[in-house]
Design a protein around this ligand. Sequence first.
Ligand code: ZN
Length: 177
Amino acid sequence: ACPLRWPPEWSVKEKIMKAEKNKVVTFHYTLKNAEGEQMESSREGDPMAYLHGTNSIIVGLEKAMEGREAGEEFSVTVQPEEAYGVRNDNNVQRIPLKRLKGIGKVQVGQILNLQTNKGQVQVTVLKVGRFNVDVDGNHPLAGHELTFDVEVMEIRDATEEEVTHGHAHGPGGHQHD
Ligand code: ZN
């Protein structure tokens, strides 16, 4: 009898990894707004790595990632509700300039980190007056429909430590100090 079995067992058993719970997914992305303008891209550096199923990337993108394999490329358009949320006009506030001592000259469009009773908040300067500054505490991408062009680079099993921490480690993931 012929001892050779074909196909060899290893090639039958090799399982293609899919993006699912407890997998670390590494991907490149380019982010565009509804006007098609590029807002961000991971292509300038390392791809991003995240632990699937932990809400560590925006909801709409994680949903679109489900079941994908390494090498896949796709585009997904995500509504604000599943991205950075809708804009809240209550997040626009007028604050006295003297509260911003030490920051230097404040300019429209500048992003400031303000210390509040809810912790540090990032705001965008809308208007600079003589005594006051109007700032917007909404995420700069709040209210925007976003399109992601994605390339899945790698999918691997998460380590026990990553599952415990709830995030991916290594390049593109969480860096511990
Ligand atoms: Zn960790």
